[in-house]
Design a binder for this molecule. Structure first.
Ligand code: VGL
Ligand code: ZN
Length: 256
């Protein structure tokens, strides 16, 4: 099993002081850096909106951030203007170690539709290229972390399961927006229900790694290198080496 680390939206606008600040968003950056050194394949997504993106409340007179509208047929939470392409707010957190990032995936570039998932827009019509990239690299398992738990992390992790990847959420390396009380735990439950397994950053770093492999890095992750998860999903049968991938009851949902 080849595994990739997916860093979701570790951008200035989602950090404390940013336009769409996620509480404690900056706390996950050191964890991301540390974990990135233990994976040979690291991918980062960037929310990358045109200045007139349809998710911005500013473009809908009389509407406020947090309100939900219909945007070309899809429910859309309205947000403050954030992560506008090529602005400092869209840039990665300055402490994020970019040297480990093999590929950057931009999402949310179409002004007509938002893209919470790193794989597809919210209408599941257009792919971002992340799925093709992981497939090309022979990846079968993904570890997801970043911002925000209740939006882009959730959508990315659930799409990963639907695409057939064995998917873990690095729970302590995520933070959520929490627009409404309970949103963040509900998002984690949604991910678990979809077949995402939970892990924590400490489980992925020495001394927790059982079989260190000389190639490609000191902690390069290959088949069997990750401990069977301590935290299992109630009611779900898991293989010893990790979570089962989702058996969708609606095959039409599958994109791969
Ligand atoms: C996100 C809201 C709007 C996210 C992006 O990264 O979770 N949330 N755009
Ligand atoms: Zn956005």
């Amino acid at each position: 099993m080849r595994q990739a680390l997916v860093l979701v939206d570790l951008q200035n606008d989602f950090m404390p002081g940013g336009a769409l600040a996620v509480p404690e968003g900056d706390r996950v950056v050191p964890l991301a850096n540390h974990l990135a050194r233990t994976f040979d394949l690291v991918v980062a997504t960037q929310d990358w909106h045109p200045a007139d993106h349809g998710s911005f409340a500013a473009g809908h007179p009389g509407r406020q951030p947090g309100e939900v509208i219909d945007l070309h047929g899809l429910p859309q939470v309205l947000w403050p203007v954030h992560c506008v392409q090529d602005t400092p707010g869209a840039d990665f957190h300055p402490d994020l170690d970019r040297s480990r990032i093999t590929r950057i995936i931009h999402k949310g570039t179409d002004p007509q539709v938002d893209s919470y998932s790193g794989f597809y827009d919210n209408g599941h019509r257009h792919a971002t290229g992340l799925g093709d990239f992981l497939k090309e690299k022979g990846v079968t398992g993904v570890f997801v972390l970043g911002l925000a738990t209740d939006y882009c992390v959730k959508a990315t992790a659930i799409d990963a399961v639907r695409l057939g990847y064995t998917t873990w959420l690095v729970e302590d390396a995520c933070r959520g927006v929490g627009l409404h009380p309970g949103d963040i735990p509900a998002a984690i439950q949604d991910m678990i229900r979809a077949g995402v397994a939970l892990t924590r950053s400490g489980q992925l770093m020495p001394p927790e790694i059982e079989s260190l492999t000389p190639h490609p890095g000191p902690y390069g992750r290959t088949e069997g290198s990750v401990r069977p998860l301590q935290r299992q999903i109630p009611g779900r049968l898991l293989e010893e080496s990790g979570p089962a991938t989702l058996q969708t009851d609606r095959e039409g949902d599958r994109k791969a």
